[in-house]
Write a protein that binds this ligand. Structure first.
Ligand code: DX5
Ligand code: ZN
Length: 227
């Protein structure tokens, strides 16, 4: 069963607690984008936001680290109340030690892959992670259009996950809207990350509900089961 992960980057941060409460019945995960101004140009969010949000919701908080040297942040984020951390394959010379460091910190761990990065780079780590997130935009900003090149990448990743470690969540992050969500699910994603597709809608709660319903439908094609 697929699920919605609501990304707070497009929320009204002055009313963050209320915004999260609006979507929480439908968003099984709250996605927190963390940027350092080096790996991506903007700076955004971080442990102080995680700490403020922690008492507001029981939903898992998933940190998407768009930072260089991500392992430097794990302990502080865990202490602030983060549950799962994803970092970019492009940000580390060797993901192995960073994956182990995240586990030692008590975090679930995921890898995130930019559109330009060959998926094979993530393959060696599939047995060691909980989550694989494929970017469908250039990381750093909300309100971009989903790049359709992500669909065949989702199909390929779904095939590998089903063969090697079906427990891994396959997420799509960027430009997910009600109009394209079913296609992402059919391609093999089981977690839809959406920021503007939820919080910039006239009724964020209704948008979250609609996206969660699409995520929960059976994919229209067999998702890479190998016989
Ligand atoms: C961008 C972030 C995304 C972003 C998605 O770097 O990783 O999570 O919040 O925003 P939308 O859903 O508006 O494309
Ligand atoms: Zn993100």
């Amino acid at each position: 069963m697929g699920k919605l992960s609501a990304s707070i980057l497009a929320a009204d941060l002055a009313r963050l607690g209320e915004e999260v409460k609006l979507v929480e019945p439908y968003a099984e995960v709250i996605h927190v984008d963390i940027m350092d101004g080096h790996f991506v140009p903007p700076i955004a969010l971080g442990a102080v936001v995680v700490r403020s949000l922690r008492p507001v919701t029981e939903r898992p908080l998933h940190g998407h680290l768009m930072v260089d040297a991500p392992e430097a942040y794990f302990d502080e984020l865990r202490e602030a109340g983060l549950d799962v951390v994803s970092f970019h394959l492009e940000a580390v010379p060797d993901p192995g030690p960073a994956i182990r460091k995240a586990r030692e910190a008590g975090l679930g761990v995921g890898l995130t892959v930019n559109l330009e990065t060959p998926l094979e780079a993530a393959a060696p780590y599939l047995e060691e992670i909980d989550d694989l997130m494929l970017m469908s935009i250039r990381p750093g900003w909300s309100f971009q259009q989903l790049n359709p090149e992500v669909y065949p990448r989702l199909e390929a990743a779904r095939g590998q996950i089903d063969r090697r470690n079906p427990a891994v969540d396959l997420e799509i992050d960027g430009g997910v809207k009600i109009e394209n969500a079913a296609r992402a699910i059919d391609a093999g994603a089981n977690v839809l990350v959406a920021a503007s597709g939820v919080f910039a809608q006239p009724d964020p709660s209704a948008a979250a509900r609609a996206l969660a319903e699409i995520a929960a439908t059976e994919p229209a094609r067999p998702t890479g089961k190998v016989h």
